[in-house]
Write a protein that binds this ligand. Structure first.
Ligand code: SF4
Length: 335
């Protein structure tokens, strides 16, 4: 979609055309201008020619047990990004979007990190991922829609802050998808400048920190970015964010077998996480080669240690080990 082009075409049209077009794209989720019967034929053809709505995507054929689906979207320059639709039992739908093609942070446990960084996504390319799934849901079941958005796909959103926040504001706009900001979450590897900027936004987007280790040494081994942002600095920035916003912050902790999942790791993590508005989310690791996932028993024991220390903790079912969903895995397979 080229929204600038669309807007310039509509400049010469009567004002009410904007409302018709907005409804068609953002509420009816059309994928061809021919579907908008209330537009004149000549305008439909011009839009089809100069502003096509097609989103080139390939669905992952392995539908997971949890009915989550993954898609590989091909962008205008031939680059490919992943996006996932997570379908919950209560019929709520969460879309996980990518914010970059590849990722410069090269975390050891991440398939995306292995591809290196290609480029930032534009806000339109981020929005397009949500629109893709909105169309998918409409085609499948007219009652379902996109309820939540998580900026947790390929890339580090805070290294593409301007486009990330532009996309979030666009998706929040009542004239487009009207998705409440409290229904959006962004995850960062700890880019403190981004946390500070988010604290200053009027939007109430949920913040998650990818922690994955309870000390700087292990964190540096797993996440090279930890050499630049240490835990003390990240937690200080998060505390300031909480003071300013009064919002809870989630700390994501991948459970990696014999790497970060010992009792000692849990006790060390508990010391860091004793803050009323912190919540720890333990995530079974999607195996990508070098590392293995902690066993269910180990995760339960780890959780118990945190709970006994007074830390709020949840265990997230990994969004889709069964749909090749560790970020970057689908892209890697297709390439
Ligand atoms: S885990 Fe996230 S931040 Fe780390 S390399 Fe992968 S996409 Fe980038």
């Amino acid at each position: 979609m080229n929204l600038a082009k669309l807007s310039s075409i509509l400049q010469t049209e009567p004002k009410y055309r904007f409302a018709q077009v907005n409804k068609a794209i953002w509420q009816d989720f059309i994928s061809s201008w021919q579907e908008v019967s209330n537009l004149p034929k000549a305008l439909r053809e011009k839009l089809e020619e100069e502003c096509p709505l097609e989103i080139r995507a390939e669905l992952d054929i392995n539908k997971g047990k949890n009915k989550s689906v993954k898609a590989l979207i091909t962008l205008i320059d031939g680059e490919a990004i992943e996006t996932v639709l997570i379908r919950q039992k209560d019929k709520r739908n969460t879309v996980c979007v990518s914010s970059q093609v590849g990722c410069p942070l090269a975390c050891e446990f991440c398939a995306t990190g292995k591809f290196g960084f290609r480029r930032n996504l534009s806000s339109e390319e981020i929005v397009e991922q949500v629109v893709f799934w909105a169309r998918y849901l409409k085609a499948e079941n007219k009652d379902e829609k996109v309820d939540n958005i998580v900026f947790m796909g390929m890339g580090e959103p805070f290294l593409n802050y301007a486009e990330f926040i532009k996309a979030a504001k666009f998706l929040n706009n009542p004239e487009t998808l009207n998705i409440g900001s409290r229904r959006m979450s962004v995850s960062t590897a700890g880019i403190t400048e981004g946390i500070k900027r988010l604290a200053g936004e009027k939007m109430q987007i949920n913040l998650a920190i990818s922690l994955h280790a309870a000390n700087d040494n292990l964190r540096k081994d797993l996440m090279p970015i930890a050499k630049k942002y240490n835990l003390h600095e990240i937690l200080k920035t998060v505390d300031n964010y909480i003071t300013k916003t009064g919002r809870r912050v989630m700390f994501e902790y991948l459970m990696i077998k014999e790497v970060n999942d010992s009792d000692r790791d849990a006790l060390e993590l508990a010391k860091l996480m004793r803050q009323p508005l912190y919540i720890v989310n333990l995530i079974p690791y999607n195996e990508t080669g070098r590392f293995k996932s902690s066993s269910r028993e180990r995760i339960e024991k780890f959780k118990k240690i945190l709970e006994e220390a007074g830390v709020a903790v949840t265990v997230r079912l990994s969004f889709g080990a069964d749909i090749t969903a560790a970020c970057g895995q689908l892209r890697g397979r297709k390439k």
